[in-house]
Design a protein around this ligand. Structure first.
Ligand code: ZN
Length: 126
């Protein structure tokens, strides 16, 4: 299973992070629903296969892409809005709570302290 190294390595910064945390708010790219507030998630580099984005009721796409940039949240109550999709092999996919498009992230149900949001699948703005 993907393990995430959350120690703050300055070389692991990106345009959206400050001190290893998200600098701006994070929104759904489809409907602009607020997902996370600034500085509520840790940047983490970890490769994970994500199915292509779809409406939740259409089910998960069997095709997808490998993504490597994620925001890690330690508690699901940290999210302002988030929904869940079906669980596949212990992985629960996260979708937007409003428009139900996803997955925008994932969670391993055996680890209740790690929720991941893909940087490529959300919008970063103040
Ligand atoms: Zn949405």
């Amino acid at each position: 299973m993907a393990e995430c190294d959350t120690k703050n390595d300055p070389s692991e910064q990106n345009d959206f992070s400050e001190d290893g945390k998200n600098r701006t708010k994070i929104f759904c790219e489809r409907c602009s629903s607020l997902v996370l507030l600034p500085k509520s998630a840790m940047y983490c580099k970890s490769e994970f296969f994500m199915p292509h984005m779809k409406k939740k009721k259409e089910g998960l796409d069997s095709n997808g892409e490998k993504l490597s940039d994620f925001w890690k949240v330690g508690d699901m109550f940290t999210f302002e809005n988030v929904g869940f999709c079906n669980t596949v092999d212990n992985i629960k996919y996260l979708v937007c709570a409003d428009c139900e498009v996803g997955p925008i992230g994932w969670h391993d149900i055996s680890d209740k302290t790690a929720y991941y949001i893909a940087l490529d699948r959300v919008v970063h703005k103040d």
